[in-house]
Design a binder for this molecule. Structure first.
Ligand SMILES: NC(=O)c1ccc[n+]([C@@H]2O[C@H](COP(=O)([O-])OP(=O)(O)OC[C@H]3O[C@@H](n4cnc5c(N)ncnc54)[C@H](O)[C@@H]3O)[C@@H](O)[C@H]2O)c1
Ligand SMILES: O=P(O)(O)OC[C@@H](O)[C@@H](O)[C@H](O)[C@H](O)CO
Length: 498
């Protein structure tokens, strides 16, 4: 198909498209949700669930107004503006089939740096009943060891300065909550959809902490009056590539500035704690439960921790795509061994879940070669991920007197990766807000083997735990002497059946 035959994605062209489009009148949809962090995942997950409801003629007063606060979100602002906030979501199945749908549940997008006041007033509007978040693990601004809000962060300090126009999520949301309180409007619910243990509790803690720094009375009000449901969210959503856009144009004749691609699997487990109601999400497959924690722990310690287990070893072994790693039998055995021997024993019973089937499905999902998720995506921002997903597994197992051999090996693989030079002497681009510090410490470890994990802001007291440092050093030494593949072979010997 030539570029001339493409249909630009916009409202006026919906009738001309051959792919499924919103089956509802978008001009009748009003925003009831303000969402911070409109990236790939939000558009593959929450916005898709709302779109499903709207296709059934429901939840038309639960449209989404997206918000970007980071300078880089200007790109999303422009893409959204150019196509009436419409976008194509493509599910990529392992058999090579692509299932497209034009999603219409996002009806507005505000870029906070352009007009913070518009964002605040949108949230202060009584029509806004939920403010949801996918602002990454780093967006919660808390210490990985103490769990406390980092009030020293310069962006937070700037937002606390008297008379300052808020620029962070904390500043914007808190100002809107303050206006609602002053105007006698009940608060909206703050719904975190990030991969953080106890994401609702964490959101409550950091938003209340920020509000308290602004005004202790407001802090107490936020703690008491605002609801922060916990949730478990799951759908592997890689970064959209230029090739995705080219393929979508070729397969569907669609010119979409920023489509989203993802796996077919999706799961959302949510606590029913909403101050001003919620969309009937259970009607489109969301599991609404009283206690999300078991599901959340299952997902973070099996799926997300396994992602970290595969990415550094995988990169060092020369792989760049996630399915290549997961399809390698040695890696699949390692992942399954981590899940069975170390991840699973830390989990409480998970109601209604068959963990054996869940773990097998995870390996199959990672192996989906259509998704083309990248090892680089999983290696990014490790300092925000490892402390939240993997270190709790190590701590719990140490406290219970169980082994930590495999999880410690994963930490060692991160430490080796952070040296920023691979096994062939080629540079590794470490993407992490702490990259400079991490690489400097990792490069010292040839002489000072525990240098990397001596960073107590990330690892707490683990450096004092022989049950951790023993296997950690064993793997680190092996990585330096024999490389990733041989190290994994040694870790997996004698052979385990997967
Ligand atoms: N991609 C996935 O497979 C997936 C699956 C489940 C959950 N999630 C959750 O969603 C989050 C976002 O993933 P994504 O794939 O959409 O990433 P993305 O990079 O496409 O989007 C992230 C969005 O968060 C914003 N953001 C980043 N830091 C911020 C901060 N400090 N304050 C405010 N906004 C900030 C970015 O500007 C961007 O809009 C993940 O970190 C994770 O917690 C992702
Ligand atoms: O997006 P992050 O930063 O939470 O973590 C990277 C991946 O492990 C994660 O995105 C998974 O793909 C996702 O959690 C699957 O549901």
């Amino acid at each position: 198909m030539t570029a001339g035959a493409l249909t630009h994605l916009e409202t006026a062209q919906l009738g001309a498209l051959e792919v499924p489009v919103p089956g509802y009148d978008r001009s009748a949809v009003t925003a009831g949700i303000v969402h911070f962090g409109v990236g790939g995942f939000h558009r593959a997950h929450q916005a898709m669930y709302l779109d499903r409801l709207m296709d059934q003629g429901k939840a038309l007063d639960w449209g989404i107004c997206g918000v970007g606060v980071m300078a880089a979100d200007a790109r999303m602002r422009d893409a959204m503006a150019a196509q009436d906030c419409l976008y194509t979501l493509v599910l990529k199945a392992p058999d090579g089939s692509w299932t497209p749908k034009v999603v219409g549940s996002i009806v507005d997008y505000l870029f906070a740096p352009d007009d913070p006041e518009a964002v605040i007033e949108k949230m202060a509007d009584p029509a806004t009943r939920i403010v949801s978040l996918t602002v990454t693990e780093g967006g919660y601004n808390f210490s990985p060891v103490t769990g406390e809000f980092d009030a020293e962060n310069p962006a937070v300090q700037a937002d606390l300065a008297p008379g300052a126009a808020p620029a962070t999520t904390f500043g914007l949301v808190t100002e809107a909550l303050a206006r609602r309180r002053d105007r006698g409007v009940p608060p909206f619910t703050v719904m975190s959809c990030d991969n953080i243990p106890g994401n609702g509790h964490m959101a409550q803690q950091v938003f209340a902490a920020f509000a308290e720094l602004r005004d202790p009375g407001l802090g107490a009000w936020v703690r008491e009056e605002v609801r922060f449901p916990n949730s478990m969210v799951d759908r592997i959503t890689p970064v959209t590539t230029e090739d995705d856009k080219v393929q979508i144009a070729a397969r569907f004749g669609l010119d979409d500035a920023w489509p989203v691609v993802c796996e077919p699997f999706t799961q959302w487990v949510l606590e029913d704690q909403f101050t001003l109601g919620r969309p009937p999400l259970e009607e489109v497959g969301v599991q609404v439960v009283a206690d999300v924690e078991p599901y959340e722990l299952m997902k973070l310690r099996l799926l997300n921790a396994s992602h970290q287990a595969l990415c550094y070893f995988g990169h060092l072994a020369g792989y760049r795509l996630v399915h290549e790693v997961a399809q390698d039998p040695l890696f699949a055995r390692f992942l399954r061994a981590y899940m069975d021997d170390e991840g699973t024993p830390t989990l409480p019973p998970v109601p209604g879940m068959d963990l054996e089937a869940y773990k097998s499905e995870l390996i199959a999902r990672f192996s989906n070669d259509a998704v083309r998720d990248t090892v680089a995506r999983l290696c990014a921002e490790s300092s925000d991920r490892i402390p939240k997903w993997l270190l709790p597994v190590i701590r719990i197992n140490l406290a219970a007197g169980r082994g930590t051999r495999l999880a410690a090996a994963v930490v060692a693989s991160w430490a080796r990766y952070a040296e920023a030079v691979d096994e062939q002497g080629e540079p590794i681009q470490v993407v992490d807000r702490l990259a400079e510090e991490l690489t400097a410490t990792a490069r010292r470890q040839q002489d000072e083997p525990l240098a990397f994990v001596a960073n107590r802001r990330l690892f707490g007291d683990l450096v004092d735990e022989p049950g951790f440092t023993g296997p950690y050093l064993e793997t680190l030494t092996s990585l330096h002497e024999h490389g990733a593949r041989v190290t994994l072979e040694r870790l997996m010997a004698p052979a385990r059946a997967v």
